[in-house]
Ligand binder design. Structure first.
Ligand SMILES: [Fe+2]
Ligand SMILES: [Fe+2]
Length: 399
């Protein structure tokens, strides 16, 4: 049975949660505690799968508690359940919390968020990868973009457009912005799927304090994994996003669909960044193994870790609460036929764009380029379209 721990200093809130979640007691083992120290004491005695904490509490607040949980029990999923008045202070939690829910939260919404987090934990089977991914609270950024952003934000009147443009070129910054704006905390009816919209929505002042005082973006140290180049990955991701948008355009898809394709293309290889950053030497060995055996990188990862960068990336972004269509693309970009619905979707588009990006720009990231699943494209009725897509992509790349 999965274990859940709720922490809130108001007894009324705890009682309410207890009542709302009573029907779940046959499947979840639930505990309700009134402060952070009790929660930490409890966690020292038994493993907890998900902790759901209030934000404003006397003594140890939610931010301090979750930071400590992150340090002592990195495998635990961390969710904040907080009131709207506390919006500013919740921003401090961008690091230690995976997701934010706002109070009052109806039982159904809460049950769904918890069930989704549990389902995710079963998605990635490798315990070690699960643990190291759950521990991550931000993805490193390209040093050049990081300093461009800092410089722009230090100006007297920074340009919103320029800030959005810099963020949209970086995998880590893009993922973080979307995690933040898509949290249930902000109560958006429609998920935001472009970094530019995220910047506009949060406003420059908030972004400035997140980036400058709270340092939510960190820089990548090229020395961490020598066989891996974040520069090359960033270039490849940007081109894949651009080509995905091109293919969607050729198929006359809506603006929203096209932007989703761009974003998903930008994030599709997030897992590579995680593995290079967290496993360093081990990942360098996998890269050279792929090179020696002449197999796509994801297959070599599968052999060594029992999971690929697609699984790891999808797990992290899902944990961060990014919109479902994006997660599906990240998870399925090498094997779109595994998608639940056999239809023309961003997953199909990004799969093709990824392959074209390798063909057309000779990306150095994946040693043996991933093959195009032409059989699957044919079952969807797009066999005749492949050459048209490729031509449009070639045009989009060559100036
Ligand atoms: Fe990939
Ligand atoms: Fe790729």
């Amino acid at each position: 049975m999965k274990t859940l721990l709720f922490v809130d200093d108001e007894p009324r809130v705890l009682q309410g949660l207890q009542r709302q979640l009573r029907p779940m007691h046959t499947v979840w083992d639930m505990y309700f505690l009134e402060n952070g120290s009790k929660a930490l004491e409890f966690m020292a005695t038994r493993p907890v799968d998900i902790i759901i904490s209030d934000m404003m509490m006397p003594g140890m607040d939610g931010s301090q508690l979750l930071t400590e949980v992150l340090r002592r029990h990195p495998q635990t999923v961390r969710i904040v359940l907080s009131g709207h008045a506390e919006r500013e202070s919740v921003l401090r939690l961008v690091g230690p919390a995976h997701q934010y829910l706002s109070k009052p939260c109806d039982a159904d919404e809460l049950r769904k968020a918890i069930a989704r987090a549990f389902a995710l934990r079963d998605l990635l089977e490798n315990e070690r990868l699960k643990q190291l991914t759950t521990r991550i609270n931000n993805l490193p950024s390209l040093p050049a973009l990081h300093s461009q952003l800092t410089e722009e934000l230090r100006q007297d009147s920074p340009s919103m457009e320029r800030v959005g443009e810099i963020i949209s070129r970086d995998i880590g910054m893009t993922a973080k912005m979307l995690q933040l704006v898509n949290s249930a905390f902000f109560g958006l009816a429609q998920p935001i799927s472009t970094p530019m919209d995220a910047v506009t929505y949060l406003g420059l002042n908030t972004i400035r304090s997140l980036a400058l005082s709270m340092a939510i973006f960190s820089q990548y140290d090229q020395k961490t994994c020598k066989a891996f180049s974040l520069d090359a990955l960033a270039r490849h991701s940007w081109i894949t996003g651009k080509l995905a948008r091109t293919v969607a355009q050729v198929e006359r898809q809506s603006t929203q669909f096209r932007e989703q394709c761009f974003l998903a293309g930008m994030l599709h290889d997030t897992g590579q960044l995680i593995l290079a950053f967290e496993l360093q030497d081990e990942y360098a060995a996998v890269i050279s193994q792929a090179r020696m055996q002449n197999v796509p990188l994801w297959q070599a990862e599968q052999q060594s870790f029992g999971a690929s960068h697609a699984d790891v990336g999808a797990y992290l972004l899902a944990l961060w609460g990014l919109p479902n269509p994006i997660i599906e693309v990240v998870a399925m970009h090498h094997q779109p036929a595994r998608c639940a619905a056999a239809e023309f979707s961003p997953a199909v588009v990004v799969h093709a764009a990824d392959v074209f990006a390798h063909e057309l720009s000779g990306a150095e990231t994946e040693v043996t380029p991933p093959p195009l699943d032409t059989a699957y494209l044919a079952t969807l009725g797009f066999a005749e379209r492949i050459e048209t897509w490729r031509d449009a992509c070639r045009e989009a790349i060559e100036p």
